[in-house]
Design a binder for this molecule. Structure first.
Ligand code: SAM
Length: 336
């Protein structure tokens, strides 16, 4: 195995190398949860390495390589456990759309996963336009010919469950307590709560009240947990904090076209909380600057991350060091 560098700490192991060389060294049925954003072919090239998934010459070549990856992910995931894959549809230069999420579903099904659901992550259209420069979002076409206008693509998280019985249930004995996102309370809940309790809370006040009442509660059915679950159970996650990501700006090599876009920590935090127990092992084969290691470690899990590009790997070392102090208020400004 040609790993350039590896770092092992009590709660995580990270490798600077090709995931296709590192994954075969992991034991069968040893991983409790996989979370990752694959580097899609045709969207953006992360490096010039021929081992980089984003450097495949064609969709077909990419999908062939991706199949090997999924086969390995299926082998290492414990039966009955979850793989969560963050994807988007890919729009080519000519403006046509490749339904990449559908390809990912087909491949996971082929290798022993059940496809469970697709979470939509809402994205603000103007930001999508600025980031991708996609023509179909331009207002000028509304004026000229709106058959050329289409909505901004969201991100998706595809949830797969490996076939077989889950041997260790993922439990939340006192429900969910920590909310990852911008807006914890839905408007209809606020109104219903105020009507039922004869209160006049605004959203922030109700959130504070629920935390005061139930954060330390040993009651499994408490309202705080119910309200968090109502948000997480939504098919659209519309309050993910888009800019709440790990540091990445120093990682751009001279010949890189763009920066890597790290996955938002709210997304990973939700998946980690929902689908793993404390101390279980979360794996990402595409670690980037460390987000899918940082989130589980800061949430009391263990993690394994693999990243091909050296500059991202170096940044991940720095980022993950902050995981232990993530929830200490005085440390927060240093992390993002
Ligand atoms: C979409 S980015 C992941 C970003 C990550 N989620 C984060 O938050 O930083 C995909 C990553 O896969 C890496 N990559 C591409 N091919 C790889 C390979 N064969 N082995 C390991 N990493 C690879 C790229 O360098 C890139 O960092």
């Amino acid at each position: 195995m040609k790993v350039i560098r590896q770092v092992h700490e009590e709660n995580y192991s990270i490798y600077n190398g090709d995931c296709m060389e590192v994954l075969p060294t992991l034991d069968d049925n040893s991983i409790d949860l996989i979370v990752n954003s694959p580097p899609f072919a045709g969207l953006y090239n992360y490096s010039s390495s021929n081992k980089d998934f984003s450097n495949c010459d064609s969709k077909e070549q990419f999908l062939e390589q991706y199949e090997y990856l999924v086969k390995e992910c299926a082998r290492v995931t414990k039966p009955g456990r979850i793989n969560a894959i963050h994807v988007m549809e890919i729009i080519n230069q000519k403006g046509s759309n490749w339904d990449f999420p559908h390809e990912v579903v087909k491949i996971h099904e082929k290798y022993g996963f059940e496809y469970k659901n697709r979470i939509t992550i809402w994205k603000e259209p103007l930001k999508v336009r600025m980031r991708t420069m996609v023509m179909s979002l331009m207002h000028k076409f509304i004026v000229e010919d709106s058959t050329n206008c289409f909505t901004a693509s969201p991100d998706y998280v595809l949830i797969f469950k490996k076939k077989g019985d889950n041997q260790v249930p993922v439990i939340h004995p006192f429900g969910l307590k920590n909310y990852a996102g911008a807006v914890p309370i839905l408007p209809n809940i606020l109104t219903a709560f105020n009507n039922a309790n004869n209160t006049t809370f605004n959203e922030a006040q109700l959130w504070q009240h629920l935390n005061n009442e139930y954060y330390d509660s040993k009651e499994p059915n408490n309202k705080l947990s119910h309200y968090i679950w109502q948000r997480y159970a939504s098919s659209t996650w519309d309050d993910i904090r888009i800019d709440e990501v790990l540091k990445y700006k120093n990682t751009k090599d001279e010949d890189d076209e763009k920066h890597v876009h790290p996955l938002q920590l709210d997304v990973i935090d939700r998946i980690v909380e929902l689908y793993s127990n404390p101390n279980e092992v979360v794996l990402t084969p595409f670690m980037g600057v460390g987000s899918e290691v940082f989130s589980p470690v800061s949430n009391g899990r263990k993690a394994i991350g693999i990243e091909l590009k050296e500059s991202y790997f170096k940044q991940s070392i720095l980022n993950i060091k902050g995981a232990a102090n993530r929830f200490k208020k005085e440390e927060q400004n240093k992390l993002f």
